[in-house]
Design a protein around this ligand. Structure first.
Ligand code: TMP
Length: 208
């Protein structure tokens, strides 16, 4: 089973991906927890290219190309081999992030992303995508405004900019309702974790 976590920065996705991995391991599942951009040594280097001090120079099309290069090697070296072994793969972000950020907020062309998906994913799509939904207008304090001194160029991103990301996620969820599970991320960490574990166990039971 291939499970992805999605959501705007500050939605708690990394915490929830980790908690799900821990909970499934206590139920005796073999789980590989990975992330994008990243997940491989080269993928982590692409992450540094994107978010390092010079990262602000990439335009949204260039960002998408870098994300898909990292995604391609991530699929080839980690995701597909682990799925073939029968393990559960949990990825903190995957291709829906490119749709939400580079298309939803960056306005790149949909047909570029469709083409990249068909070439790079080659049919490896998540069985479940857990979208941690959060209204950026209601909780701007949770958004990530990392300053350039911290090696990140994201300080210009406003709640309005994140609203574009959120809307794109919700549109993806409507289009791919068979795999999207929307969870209200404004609830406590424990409630969100319990809700997700329940959904995933149901899905695992369905597949058995
Ligand atoms: P995070 O790992 O702390 O969530 O940060 C990753 C950032 O990268 C986040 O702002 C979303 C962004 N991103 C994209 O813009 N496109 C992508 O395809 C992916 C995977 C991430």
């Amino acid at each position: 089973m291939f499970i992805t976590f999605e959501g705007i920065d500050g939605s708690g996705k990394s915490t929830q991906a980790r908690l799900l991995a821990e909970n499934l391991r206590t139920l005796d599942h073999t789980v590989v927890l990975t992330r994008e951009p990243g997940g491989t040594e080269l993928g982590e280097r692409v992450r540094d290219l994107l978010f390092g001090l010079d990262g602000r120079h990439w335009d949204p099309t260039e960002q998408a190309l870098l994300h898909y290069a990292a995604r391609s090697i991530h699929l080839r070296k980690v995701i597909r081999p682990e799925l073939r072994k029968g393990n559960i793969v949990i990825s903190d972000r995957f291709h829906d992030s490119s749709w939400a950020y580079q298309w939803g907020a960056g306005n790149i062309r949909k047909d570029l992303l469709s083409t990249l998906d068909s070439h790079v994913l080659g049919g490896t799509v998540p069985d479940m995508t857990i979208l941690l939904d959060l209204d950026p207008e209601e909780c701007p304090g949770r958004l990530t405004y990392r300053l350039p001194e911290d090696g990140n160029h994201f300080d210009h991103r406003s709640p309005l900019w994140f609203q574009g990301v959120r809307e794109a996620y919700l549109e993806r969820a409507r289009l791919h309702s068979e795999r999207f599970y929307i969870v209200d991320a404004s609830q406590s960490i424990e409630v969100v974790a319990d809700t997700i574990l329940h959904m995933v166990r149901e899905k695992i039971d369905e597949q058995c």
